[in-house]
Design a binder for this molecule. Structure first.
Ligand SMILES: NC(=O)c1ccc[n+]([C@@H]2O[C@H](COP(=O)([O-])OP(=O)(O)OC[C@H]3O[C@@H](n4cnc5c(N)ncnc54)[C@H](OP(=O)(O)O)[C@@H]3O)[C@@H](O)[C@H]2O)c1
Length: 349
């Protein structure tokens, strides 16, 4: 086959990995530009992120053997399958092509989106279904800020609003309050009128207070589950453990009789507790994987435009420093989201 050289680059940059392992398994490669099929849109990605999920999936780090099988089925057993080789769960960009039959969107629309476990955001272009979790980019955010929103906001909205049905006046303990889920959780809990106790290290105390936390516990000097240090807050109506540091077995002492324990990081013990609390007692252990919707992300967009919800960004790195981004995410110490900016390549239309 002969290829005609038109002078227009038809290959995009994508951060791909072909084996599970440390951040260095990732490299920026050139792959053909994707083309939208009927019902699909193509987004020119201006910013994406390295989320905690990206770091886990790249390393195939699963806290529980229970999840070893489903994760490998999704990702590929010995190596990532072809349609999972480009990581990235969230992005912001501009729609630049429409597949046949798409009427809801126009070329030039600025959007933010969650690709979720379909991944693929860490590339200069990505394809999504027109009715996937894609919404207009909030007018008052940059692409970098907008890309940082979906993962934390949708995850915490799922746990606090959908699973726990958080109500005004309830007392909530958020463990891992300075991460992407935690920063979102503080804001969402305060919007519902809850009383928030945030658990983080001292260096992040000011941030979580600015986000609305009523009380802060420094986990490096105090045990947040020690009843002696908790004064008036206990028992909590809801304990939301975003980092796996306050499992139900230890946390139930400070949980109200009919309280709910939400575990974003699932393990085998957590699943057994879930089962047990469904059968015995009135406390509930709740886990699971968030089921994201376009409506939820649009609700967040509206909150942002009303200036009632803000992005929290650890740092913005150029896309070609994605390996460094994964090293930071692997540390488990990032604050909010780690964003990658995708400047336009020279010679691109
Ligand atoms: N189930 C679901 O549907 C779902 C959805 C989304 C995410 N997740 C999972 O949720 C987890 C959290 O995600 P994320 O993006 O929020 O993580 P992250 O941004 O990496 O969170 C790290 C933050 O947690 C803090 N931290 C670490 N250990 C702590 C401890 N013992 N107590 C209090 N704070 C601590 C760190 O602060 P310091 O530097 O102070 O330690 C850091 O700021 C990930 O494992 C992700 O895969 C699950």
């Amino acid at each position: 086959m002969m290829l005609l050289h038109t002078g227009v680059n038809t290959h995009m940059r994508a951060a791909a990995f072909h084996a599970y392992g440390p951040p260095q398994v990732l490299s920026i490669t050139e792959v053909p530009d994707p083309t939208p099929k009927p019902g699909e849109i193509r987004i020119r990605v201006h910013a994406s992120t390295v989320s905690a999920a990206d770091s886990r999936l790249r390393a195939l780090r699963v806290d529980s053997k229970v999840f070893w099988l489903p994760i490998r089925i999704i990702m590929g057993f010995r190596k990532p399958r072809k349609n999972r080789q480009i990581l990235g769960t969230e992005l912001a960009g501009v729609i630049d092509q429409l597949g046949p039959g798409v009427t809801q969107w126009s070329v030039g629309d600025e959007v933010m989106a969650s690709t979720g476990l379909r991944l693929g955001a860490n590339a200069d272009y990505t394809i999504m279904k027109h009715d996937a979790i894609v919404v207009r980019k909030p007018k008052n955010l940059s692409f970098e800020q907008a890309a940082s929103i979906p993962f934390g906001a949708l995850g915490s909205m799922f746990f606090l609003y959908k699973k726990a049905n958080l109500k005004p006046g309830q007392r909530v303990l958020i463990v891992g309050a300075s991460g992407a889920l935690g920063c979102a959780a503080i804001q969402l809990a305060k919007l519902r009128g809850a009383h928030v106790t945030a658990v983080c290290s001292a260096k992040n105390a000011e941030l979580v207070t600015q986000l609305g936390a009523d009380r802060v516990i420094d986990y490096t000097t105090n045990n947040p589950l020690d009843t002696g240090t908790l004064l008036d807050e206990i028992p909590y109506d809801i304990i939301y453990d975003t980092v796996g540091a306050a499992p139900f077995g230890a946390a139930r002492r400070v949980l109200a009789k009919d309280g709910k324990h939400l575990a974003a990081v699932a393990d085998a013990w957590g699943m057994l507790w879930q089962l047990r609390t469904m059968l015995i007692g009135s406390q509930r252990a709740i886990g699971g994987v968030d089921s994201e919707t376009q409506e939820s992300l649009d609700e967040i967009r509206a909150l942002i435009e009303d200036e009632r919800y803000i992005p929290v960004i650890d740092r913005v790195l150029p896309f070609d420093q994605i390996v460094e981004g994964h090293e930071i995410a692997d540390s488990g110490r990032k604050v909010g989201s780690l964003v990658l900016s995708h400047p336009m390549e020279p010679g691109r239309p």
